[in-house]
Design a protein. Structure first.
Length: 165
C-alpha cells in the first residue's frame, strides 16, 4: 500500500488556479518516499505572466531533497520518513500546494510515479492514430454534415420570429 499526492503551483492563490507540477509517493512498508517534479513553465506563465519562475523552481527543488532526507535537506529532512511525507502534504495557502492524499496498491513504486506524472502532470499527448485519421475523419465529418444538416434542426432555422400575414 502506498500514499500519493500531486504537487501543484498556485501562482495567484486568490484566483485558485493551479498547474500540476509533480507527484509524491510514500510507502512506509518499503521505506519509500520520492517526489518527481516536472515544471511546465509556459503553462504557469499562461496563468500568471508576472510569476517569478526562478523562485518557484527553487521552492520545488526542495521537495525531492526533503524526500531524500539527510543533512542537505534541512531540518525537515531530518524528520522520520513518514513525518516528512505528512509535512510535505500538509494543507497550505501558499504558491506550492499538494492535492489531498490518495492511497493505492502496487508492486512497482517507480512505475506508479511515472503513471501519476503521465496522468496528472504531463500535458496530454496526441495519439499518432488520431493524427493519421485526420484526413479520413475530416471526410467522414463533412459527409455526415452534408447528409444530416438539411434535416437536423432545419425547422428551427426556417421559422422566423416574425409572422408574415
Amino acid at each position: 500500500m502506498y500514499d500519493y499526492a500531486i504537487v501543484r503551483v498556485v501562482p495567484r492563490v486568490e484566483r485558485e488556479e493551479f498547474v500540476n507540477v509533480g507527484a509524491l509517493v510514500s510507502c512506509a512498508k518499503r521505506r519509500f518516499l520520492e517526489a518527481r517534479i516536472e515544471l511546465n513553465e509556459p503553462r504557469l506563465i499562461a496563468i500568471d505572466p508576472t510569476l517569478d519562475v526562478e523562485i518557484v523552481r527553487s521552492y520545488l527543488a526542495a521537495i525531492p531533497l526533503i524526500c531524500a532526507g539527510g543533512e542537505q535537506s534541512g531540518p525537515i529532512g531530518q524528520l522520520p520518513q513518514r513525518e516528512r511525507f505528512h509535512w510535505l502534504v500538509a494543507p497550505r495557502s501558499t504558491i506550492i500546494q499538494t492535492s489531498r492524499v490518495h492511497t493505492g496498491f502496487c508492486k512497482n513504486l517507480d512505475a506508479v510515479l511515472e503513471r501519476l506524472l503521465d496522468a496528472k502532470v504531463r500535458p496530454p499527448q496526441v495519439k499518432p492514430s488520431a493524427v493519421e485519421m485526420t484526413d479520413v475523419g475530416m471526410k467522414q465529418a463533412i459527409h455526415f454534415l452534408s447528409v444530416t444538416a438539411p434535416t437536423v434542426g432545419m425547422e428551427k432555422l426556417s421559422t422566423s420570429p416574425h409572422k408574415e400575414d
